[in-house]
Design a protein around this ligand. Structure first.
Ligand code: F3S
Length: 638
């Protein structure tokens, strides 16, 4: 049978199921990663499962999100993660070593292996031919404990790249073009597999930019073949022994196919407030910029920042622009320091931040009120930057750097003539910020600061679900809306009771109070509820508030699984117009829940309006058992 790259890796890791699209499959997971924002909870869950050592080939705990230390909370969480990692056989990447995806690509990713990460941009490692999937913390905890990871066997989209990028056009513009075509929901249950002549002209970090931002499509993952370019990258990282050639068979079947001619691509920009709101830079006229932020797991590689350094070399940024740069890793920052790139950035007027997520997760550098911020990041949801009234545009490093000079969003094409950046002869390898795990059986104390609180457990499914509609929200509600992640809240990632006072407050400030007064209830939502990150807190906090079910027009993939893992029932309107027939505080009831949970269609009664609606419960038998038990951890405890 002729197979695609994704199918080859899936076949090698199948524990249950087969390659039939739309059916449930269980995958063996080789590697896991966590970051600190989701990691604390994932390790608490891992401890609750009760195994004495991780069962994966390699698991890595990164500190990259919550790096500001304005109080002891973040530092305490870091120490918990460091000690729990040491005890259970997990590598620990210290603060300052870099963003999880950038470092994982550099130092750990292996072609042909599976990677499950508690961060939605885990597909970054698809850039070197890895099947890399973002998931909730509990799924990652289960994978660390040796359990398989279940997904719906995705449809595979062939993205054929022809031609070669013109000067000033970059990998970021390729993924922006895909987002323009597929939008933020167009990738659900799909893998985007890149192929064709154009692939050969893209380095691994450029491929990783594309697979990283493929997360914004709602896709299961994105992947490139592992070829001679992959070999070169691994060799420069001193890891050529980990290379494996993986290319699609001639004549392999793809479910869909699109072609992007790189010759015709222009510099693109995702306008506020969605990554799919994409137009060509050349169509924007005279948009004055207040802030330029370069970095994030999408665009902070050595080559990205060297391009920026060369563009800025000998020049000064606009007096009206604040330029902040966060290198993706210690390796990137160190190489810029050694080769003089850092000096070029500083001389031009850039402010250099530490290697981490920084402004991408709202940890500092909020723009001015009503400001225009140009960012090389992957998300521009309203308010994510820390300034609710700001407008964030997503662009390539080239557009960002040139616009920092001119003060306006500018097409970089004519500024690029003398700029030529090549891969270095060797990456600077120094892993001294990676702490190795202890030997098995070594006595390690796990240190838990006062900020670390137990996570909420949901109860077994009852005979009836009833409750008031506590909130009605529009389409495309993100995990940032459900559980905001600004610099003030991030330090409380392991303190669910504290966070509960902020749940869904960007939509309705009264929601937490109403939920607590009513002892929980039901959320009603539009399409694509829970898009964005893998943030499990967007399920854990509703569990704490007593939310029993969410009735939506549709759900984002990772969030739906997080809800099920934590015992919240994700129901979809059979007739989307019924959304309009339900009002806030209507009393809803699902009777005979224990019988109805086995059905694909469920009836909910609106007792306030004496009406009934049909809902769809599109889940697998295994997921039904999980909901009956009140969540995955309750099942593991059986
Ligand atoms: Fe960090 Fe932003 Fe990526 S928060 S992991 S840099 S999407």
């Amino acid at each position: 049978m002729k197979l695609t790259v994704a199918e080859k890796i899936i076949k090698d890791h199948l524990v249950t199921g087969d390659l039939i699209r739309g059916s449930e499959i269980g995958l063996k997971i080789d590697q896991t990663l966590t970051q600190d924002s989701t990691g604390t909870m994932a390790y608490l869950q891992f401890e609750a499962i009760g195994v004495d050592r991780v069962k994966t080939k390699k698991s890595v705990a990164y500190i990259d999100h919550n790096m500001l230390q304005t109080g002891p909370e973040n530092a305490d969480d870091h120490l918990y993660i460091q000690t729990v990692a040491k005890k259970y056989g997990i590598y620990f990447s210290k603060p300052g070593n870099g963003i999880c995806h950038q470092v994982h690509l550099e130092r750990f990713g292996v072609p042909g292996e599976t990677l499950l990460g508690s961060d939605s941009h885990t597909p970054t490692c698809g850039g070197l031919g890895m099947l890399a999937i973002g998931a909730g913390g509990l799924d990652v905890a289960v994978a660390m404990a040796g359990g398989e990871y279940y997904i719906t066997m995705p449809y595979i989209v062939k993205v054929g790249l022809t031609g070669k990028l013109n000067l000033g056009v970059s990998a970021k513009d390729i993924i922006l073009e895909v987002l323009k075509r597929y939008k933020v929901v167009g990738g659900l249950n799909k893998i985007f597999e890149y192929t064709g002549e154009g692939v050969k002209s893209l380095s691994v970090p450029e491929r990783a930019t594309i697979t990283n931002m493929g997360a914004e499509l709602g896709a299961t993952t994105s992947i490139f073949p592992s070829d001679e370019i992959t070999y070169e990258f691994l060799k420069l990282q001193g890891r050529e022994k980990e290379y494996k050639n993986i290319v699609a068979d001639d004549g392999a079947f793809y479910d869909e196919e699109i072609i992007i001619n790189l010759d015709e691509l222009e510099p693109m920009v995702a306008c506020p407030h969605s990554p799919d709101n994409v137009v060509s830079v050349s169509t924007l006229k005279d948009i004055k910029v207040n802030q330029v932020a370069i970095g994030s797991c999408t665009n902070s590689s050595y080559m990205d920042l060297m391009k920026v350094a060369e563009i800025l070399d000998g020049k000064t940024i606009s007096e009206d622009v604040s330029l902040v740069i966060s290198p993706g890793s210690k390796q990137v920052l160190n190489m810029l320091a050694v080769n003089g790139g850092l000096s070029k950035l500083i001389s031009a007027g850039a402010r250099i931040l530490e290697s981490g997520c920084g402004p991408c997760i709202g940890m500092g550098q909020a723009p001015i009120t009503d400001g225009i911020s140009l960012r090389t990041f992957n998300r521009n949801f309203k308010g994510r930057c820390g300034t609710p009234s700001a407008n964030v545009y997503l662009v390539s490093p080239e557009v960002a750097a040139v616009s920092a000079l001119t003060g306006y969003i500018t097409d970089p094409s004519i500024y690029m003539e003398d700029i030529n950046i090549f891969m270095p002869e060797r990456f600077l390898i120094n892993d001294n910020l990676i702490v190795n795990p202890a030997d098995y059986g070594e006595d390690i104390d796990i240190i838990r600061g006062p900020n670390i609180k137990p996570f909420p457990k949901s109860k077994e499914l009852g005979r009836e679900i009833k409750g008031k509609v506590l909130i009605k929200v529009r389409d495309d509600i993100t995990t940032d809306h459900i559980m905001p992640s600004d610099a003030k809240l991030l330090p409380y990632r392991s303190n669910i009771p504290y966070l509960s006072d902020y749940c869904l407050t960007p939509c309705d400030i009264e929601f937490p109070k109403r939920a607590k007064e009513n002892g929980g209830g039901i959320i009603v939502a539009g399409f694509n509820y829970g898009q964005g990150s893998s943030r499990e807190h967007a399920a854990l906090v509703p569990v704490y508030l007593g939310i029993k079910s969410i009735i939506a027009k549709s759900f984002a993939r990772i969030h739906k699984q997080n809800l099920i893992n934590n015992g919240i029932i994700p129901l979809v309107f059979e007739n989307a117009d019924d959304f309009n027939n339900i009002d806030m505080l209507d009393e809803l009831a699902i009777e005979n829940m224990l019988e109805q949970i086995n059905e694909d269609k469920i009836i909910v009664n609106n007792r306030t309006k004496s009406k009934a609606y049909k809902l769809i419960l599109d889940i697998t038998e295994r997921q039904r058992d999980m909901l009956k038990a009140g969540g995955l951890l309750n099942m593991k405890g059986e």
